[in-house]
Design a protein around this ligand. Structure first.
Ligand SMILES: [Zn+2]
Length: 194
């Protein structure tokens, strides 16, 4: 019965084809190498970045209190120590400003800030977590208390917004509804410049 053999071999072929591609699908997230982060611990945050230049770029994007930092940047020699100090001060100032706007000054666990060097790596991180395509610029995850940002697309308002999520979610004994937390966080990034 040649007909049946053909049908069977076609099914076997389709099954093999399907399995091959499901394995590729499964293999993708596992093949993602763990990112070799460098960390910088500040008073309120733990910043993770890949290379010194990324921290430099990040510092320039955070033009919070531009008058003060503008002068300092002009005259500083930009040694790694200087950049670390500069970034720590900027990030901690911003964090305190967010606490002040929210009037939520309780001590909460240090928030991780993952700084990705490009959109591609940010999207990979998103895919790794959610198994879907990323269409947002930054986000915060309560379970790991981590902010995800892309070095080429960040400003102090965005970081303040994500910091607000961390502060709000840790302030009350019960986390507020997502919609309320989002309204408060938007209020923060709209009012970050005095
Ligand atoms: Zn938000």
């Amino acid at each position: 019965m040649p007909e049946r053999i053909t049908k069977n071999s076609r099914s076997v072929f389709l099954l093999a084809f399907f399995l091959y591609f499901s394995f590729i699908g499964i293999a993708y997230p596992e093949s993602v190498q763990p990112i070799p982060w460098v960390t910088l611990e500040t008073k309120y945050t733990i910043i993770r970045f890949l290379k010194a230049e990324d921290l430099d770029t990040f510092s320039v994007s955070m033009d919070f209190d531009q008058k003060f930092w503008g002068l300092k940047q002009l005259f500083s020699d930009k040694s790694p120590g200087t950049v670390h100090e500069e970034v720590s001060a900027k990030v901690d100032n911003l964090y305190e400003r967010v606490q002040e706007i929210l009037d939520m000054r309780k001590k909460s666990p240090k928030v991780f800030i993952n700084i990705y060097p490009d959109r591609n790596l940010l999207d990979q991180a998103y895919y790794h977590i959610y198994q879907s395509k990323n269409n947002i610029r930054a986000w915060y995850i309560f379970d790991s208390n981590t902010i995800y940002i892309n070095i080429n697309d960040v400003h102090e308002g965005m970081l303040a917004h994500e910091m607000a999520h961390s502060i709000i979610d840790h302030f009350l004994l019960v986390r507020p509804p997502a919609a309320s937390a989002e309204i408060l966080s938007r209020y923060v990034d709209a009012h970050i410049h005095r």
